[in-house]
Structure formats: C-alpha cells, structure tokens
Design a protein around this ligand. Structure first.
Ligand code: PMV
Length: 347
C-alpha cells in the first residue's frame, strides 16, 4: 500500500493530538487469523456511541522509542509495554525508534465489562499515530487518512480496525467492493436498520480467563476451523443481505448464530474453556421466551466474554427496557445502554 511505504524517510518532530474512538460490536465474528493480523474470514460490526476511549498522544523528537502511558491518570507500565511491543513491529515507520511518546488515555466504560476496550483504545492510539505521520508528511486532509488509521489499528488489534468508521463496517476481502484484509470499509445499511440500540447486560465484570489472542491462536489447530470459516463466510453474506434489505428477522437469526458459534469454538477447542456464565444462559432463555411470547425483534450477541449485548430497533426501546428491568437486571451486575455511533472524532 502506498501510504505505508510513504513513511520510510520521515524525520521526527514534536506534535500532540487527542482522539476519541468508539468500541464496536461484531455481528459477524472475526475468530482466527492467517499470518500476521490477516483475518480468516470477513467480519461486520456496528460502531458504538457511548462506549469510547479518549486518548492524547504527544510525540517528542528525542526519546529513543520510549513510551510512557497513563490510564485514567495512573501510570501503567503494563500497557506502555504493550504499545512499545506493537510499535516495534511497525518496520514501515522507522522514525518510531527515535521518538518519545507520552499517552494519556481514559475509557467511558469500565475495563473488563465485555466491551472491547482494545478496539476503542487501540484505534484511538492508531488515529493519533496516523495524525502524527500525516502531519509530518503535510497530508492533513488526505482522503486515505482513515484507511491508513484502520491499517495501523488492525496491526494493534484486529477488531480495532473496524472502529475508525461510524455506522456499520466490514473488514476482510469479500464480494463487496473496496474491501480488504488490510483495513476496514464503511458499510451502508437499510434505513430501517440504521438506528439499532445495544443494551449491554454485564453479568460478570471479572477479567476473562483466556485472552482473545489465545483464542485466535487455538483456531489454527481447531478440528472445526475450516467448517467455522466457511460458516462465517456464509453468515457474512446472509448478514449483508439482511442489513441491506432491512430484514431484521434474518439479521437476528445470523446474529445469534454467530454469537453461539463463537462460543462453540471455545467449547470444542483442544484446550476447552467456557467464557459464558450461568446467567448468560439464563439471559438467553429469557430473551428467547420474550421473543416467542411477544414477537418483538429483540436479539442478542456475545463478544469473547459472558455479557449479553441486546440488539433491537429504537421503536421497541420502551418494551425492551421494561423487560431488562424485570427479567435481566436481577441476574446482572449492571446494564450499559448504547446505540449506533458516528465514529471517531479529533478533540
Ligand atoms: O481484536 P481481537 O484480537 O481482540 O479479537 C476480537 C474478537 C471478537 O471480539 C470476539 C470478535 C470480533 O470480531 O470483534
């Protein structure tokens, strides 16, 4: 890609920038990769609005690649090391070995609540990095800015590459135009499905026992890997059809199939594990019962964790909030209400 080789001969300068970047929830899951951060199948997600990370990044011309990171005002050696390791992989930007970087970051949602803080956190940082590189190149209004930010986000955390656009986003080469394994692309949905809500039922905020990185790794030797990638490709096509035609029933069917297949991969891996909790299953049964009895288009999905994301159109907000209050609040630690967001902003 031209914009990557473009950064080879840049000289460091001083610069600071602040970005607010949202999390996203996958409707079709990325679970398993080929080589370095290349997805085994295309994925599709909804960008959130209220769950975001705000990150200020300051670059100084001297610093020998040193990274300092403050999370909610507290110095974090652990996260600084993660960013340092990531930057060490970016051979296409040699100046990163010379500069000093100070990162101040905060999330609007609690860590470990099943909302992908890596998607918002790493996309916010990658946007800051891209801003710096484009500033040094004098390309501040470039049309490929977000594509480049998506590329740098992907190299930090796959799902983060989908957070750089608002609305709905796909990532991974597929039948749609302008798609790529290297960056995400905006995806236009039918008007009837453009105002979906996501109520997150946090049944447990405990740190998960097995990381997503380990989960992706297990897929490389999973007995069902090829079948799962084929299913994901088929579900992707069905989800595209549902979202572009406004078919909410088909959307919900595929959404739940994807959530349960993701967890089925964990259950059936050679080193099996369970991230769902008893309340997760109880919640699913209650959602299915409510749908059977009322016919309302309320569906769920799961990330790599125990918490339920309830996906539904704004038109049934009152009914769903009533159901959450009576049926799901008693089995959860907290509920976070979110909706489709517009994507990142420079603050
Ligand atoms: O981006 P990673 O490496 O944290 O993987 C994310 C995987 C899922 O959140 C489970 C699915 C997805 O597509 O977001």
């Amino acid at each position: 890609m031209s914009f990557v080789t473009d950064f080879q001969n840049l000289e460091p300068g001083a610069f600071s920038t602040t970005w607010r970047s949202p999390s996203n929830i996958a409707f079709v899951k990325y679970w398993g990769k080929k080589g370095h951060q290349i997805p085994a199948n295309p994925s599709l997600s909804m960008t959130l609005k209220n769950c975001f990370t705000e990150t200020r990044v300051a670059f100084s011309p001297e610093g020998d690649g040193n990274v300092e990171l403050f999370l909610e005002g507290e110095k974090s050696e652990k996260f600084a090391l993660k960013i340092k390791k990531y930057l060490d992989t970016l051979d296409e930007v040699p100046l990163l070995k010379k500069v000093g970087i100070k990162i101040e970051t905060r999330n609007t949602f609690p860590h470990g609540t099943g909302i992908a803080s890596s998607a918002s956190g790493l996309s916010a940082f990658a946007l800051g990095l891209t801003d710096y590189l484009y500033h040094l190149k004098g390309k501040s209004e470039a049309s490929d800015f977000f594509q480049c930010a998506s590329h740098f986000s992907r190299l930090a955390s796959g799902s983060a590459c989908r957070s750089v656009y608002g609305g709905f986003t796909t990532w991974g080469e597929c039948h749609l135009p302008k798609t790529s394994d290297l960056f995400a692309t905006e995806f236009k949905v039918h008007d009837d499905l453009s105002d979906l809500l996501d109520s997150i039922i946090v049944v447990s905020s405990e740190e998960k026992a097995v990381s997503s990185t380990a989960g992706h790794g297990q897929m490389s030797k999973h007995f069902f890997a090829e079948a799962r990638f084929e299913q994901a490709r088929e579900n992707f096509q069905l989800m595209v059809k549902a979202l572009t035609s406004g078919d909410i029933e088909l959307m919900g069917k595929v959404l739940e199939s994807e959530a349960l297949s993701l967890h089925a991969m964990m259950l059936s891996s050679s080193d099996p594990y369970i991230l769902m909790r008893p309340q997760t299953l109880l919640g699913i049964e209650k959602i299915w019962k409510m749908r059977r009895e009322t016919g309302l288009p309320l569906y769920f999905t799961l990330d790599a964790g125990p918490n339920l994301h309830l996906i539904y159109p704004r038109q049934i907000e009152k009914e769903v909030k009533g159901f959450i209050e009576t049926d799901l609040k008693p089995i959860s630690e907290k509920v976070i209400h979110d909706e489709v967001g517009m994507g990142p902003i420079r603050c």
